[in-house]
Design a binder for this molecule. Structure first.
Ligand code: FEO
Length: 173
C-alpha cells in the first residue's frame, strides 16, 4: 500500500476510537440524566465506531500492512445539555467525513482499488451518520425541552424517530 495512504488510515483510526470513547461517555451522562432513549442511541453509536475502526484494521492486516493503534484521550464527563451533546456528535461526524474524503482522494491518487472499495462503504455510512445527527438535533431545536425532550427520548428508545435512517448504525454491522 502507498505509504501516504497507510499513514492516513492509521491516523484515521484515532478519530474512530475517539468517537467511540466520547459516545460511550455521552451514553453514561445521558443515562444519569434520565434520557434512556438518547443513552441507548449513543451506546449503539459507540459500538458502531469500534466496528468502523475494526474495518480499517482488518483491511490493513489483510494487506500485510503495519497497524498503529492510537492512544485514546479521556473524554468529557458532562455536557451542558442534550442539544450541546448532539451538536458535538454532528461536529465529530463532520470531522470523520472530512477524513474519509481525504483518504478517498489519497486512494484515488494511488489507484488503490481495494482501498477505494472500502472507503466507498464509509462514504455512505458517513452520509447516514450525519443525517441521523442532524435529524436529532433538528427535533431538539424544535421542541427539545421538558415534554418535547421526553418525546424525542421515547422516539430514540423505540427507533421510531421521523427523518432518521431506518436502523441507526445498521450499516456498521
Ligand atoms: Fe465512524 Fe461515526 O464515524
Amino acid at each position: 500500500m502507498n505509504a501516504t495512504l497507510l499513514t492516513g488510515m492509521n491516523e484515521h483510526l484515532k478519530l474512530e476510537f475517539k468517537a467511540s470513547h466520547e459516545y460511550r461517555a455521552m451514553s453514561v451522562w445521558l443515562a444519569a440524566n434520565d434520557l434512556p432513549g438518547f443513552s441507548k442511541w449513543m451506546a449503539q453509536q459507540s459500538a458502531d465506531e469500534l466496528l468502523h475502526a475494526q474495518k480499517f484494521i482488518d483491511h490493513m492486516v489483510e494487506r500485510d500492512q503495519a497497524v498503529q493503534l492510537p492512544a485514546v484521550a479521556q473524554p468529557p464527563a458532562s455536557w451542558e445539555s442534550a442539544e450541546a451533546l448532539c451538536r458535538h456528535v454532528l461536529e465529530n461526524e463532520q470531522a470523520v467525513t472530512a477524513s474519509i474524503n481525504e483518504l478517498y482522494a489519497m486512494a484515488e491518487q494511488a489507484k488503490d482499488r481495494p482501498a477505494i472499495v472500502l472507503l466507498q462503504w464509509f462514504v455512505n455510512e458517513q452520509m447516514e451518520e450525519e443525517a441521523a445527527a442532524r435529524a436529532i438535533l433538528g427535533r431538539i431545536r424544535l421542541g427539545g425541552s421538558g415534554v418535547g425532550l421526553l418525546m424525542i427520548d421515547q422516539e430514540l428508545a423505540t427507533n421510531s424517530m421521523p427523518g432518521m435512517p431506518a436502523e441507526p448504525g445498521a450499516a456498521g454491522a
